[in-house]
Write a protein that binds this ligand. Structure first.
Ligand code: IPE
Ligand code: IPE
Ligand code: MG
Length: 251
């Protein structure tokens, strides 16, 4: 029986974020180069998008390349960039047909021009779709994002567009690359690593964390549904006590 049968469709997280990890180890286990793992990771991206759309998730954020990943060997970085371009080109029609929108977050200026052009082209091409929004974190890190937000806020204070008193959590949200997107209710990291690796540090403040031992190329729809089922068993208290969650009118 598929785990989808156990999912309560009325309590599906609106936003799921995934740290897609373990491609290199998956390839090494098969005596192959790391890039072989990245290629096989693409089908898991497809499965996650299909699974998320199937159960009514509204936003799916995928960590595809971190700012720290630029420090990997050149051959791997080049292969990853070429893979990005090829995948974007190959998947564009299906994404359009399936009503998927795409938003890329990260330091676009640091991307090779060919990647940047493809990214902008596909974002434009899918912008009238109304279904699942896939947020692709590409050359992204939270430290980069937060510093950018702070610089923009400081500039707007200087220009007297806002005052220091206006600075609030809500205002800060609006200066992040995820402005307008609700914070993730669930974060999945594959491959058994239990860390955030500079991903959505502000946005994950109250997110439920789910660490799966499965390596990304083996993470299919069933594993995605299992993560949703696990999430639905949890009680999210946001600092309150259990009784307040059970009886919202409790004083
Ligand atoms: C995740 O897999 C993909 C990227 C970070 C681009 P890794 O390449 O990190 O694979 P492992 O963690 O070395 O197995
Ligand atoms: C995080 O994975 C980045 C992505 C999945 C894109 P890494 O494999 O780069 O993270 P660390 O270095 O193990 O923390
Ligand atoms: Mg890794």
């Amino acid at each position: 029986m598929s785990c989808i049968e156990n999912i309560d469709k009325s309590r599906v997280p609106r936003h799921v974020a995934i740290i897609m990890d373990g491609n290199g180890r998956w390839a090494a286990q098969r005596g192959n180069k790391r890039t072989f793992g990245h290629k096989h990771g693409v089908k898991s991206v497809r499965s996650a998008i299909t699974a998320a759309a199937e159960i009514g998730v509204k936003y799916l954020t995928l960590y595809a390349f971190s700012t720290e990943n630029w420090n990997r060997p050149k051959y791997e970085v080049d292969a990853l960039m070429t893979l990005m371009v090829n995948v974007i080109k190959a998947e564009a029609d299906d994404l359009k047909k399936n009503n998927v929108q795409l938003k890329v977050i990260g330091d676009k200026n640091s991307l090779p021009v060919r990647v940047c052009n493809e990214v902008e082209r596909i974002e434009k091409n899918l912008k009238n779709n109304t279904g699942l929004t896939v947020v692709m974190a590409l050359s992204y890190s939270s430290h980069w994002e937060i510093i950018n937000a702070v610089k923009s806020i400081a500039a707007d204070v200087k220009k007297e567009k806002i005052s220091v008193e206006d600075i609030s959590q809500d205002l800060f949200d609006h200066y992040l690359s995820t402005a307008e997107i609700p914070n993730p209710e669930l974060l999945i990291r594959t491959s058994g690593e239990a860390r955030l690796s500079n991903f959505l540090l502000w946005q994950l403040a109250y997110t439920e964390l789910y660490f799966s031992p499965v390596l990304w190329p083996d993470f299919g729809k069933e594993e995605f549904f299992q993560a949703i089922c696990d999430y639905q068993k949890r009680e999210r208290r946001f600092g309150m006590i259990s009784e307040q969650i059970q009886k919202p009118n409790l004083k």
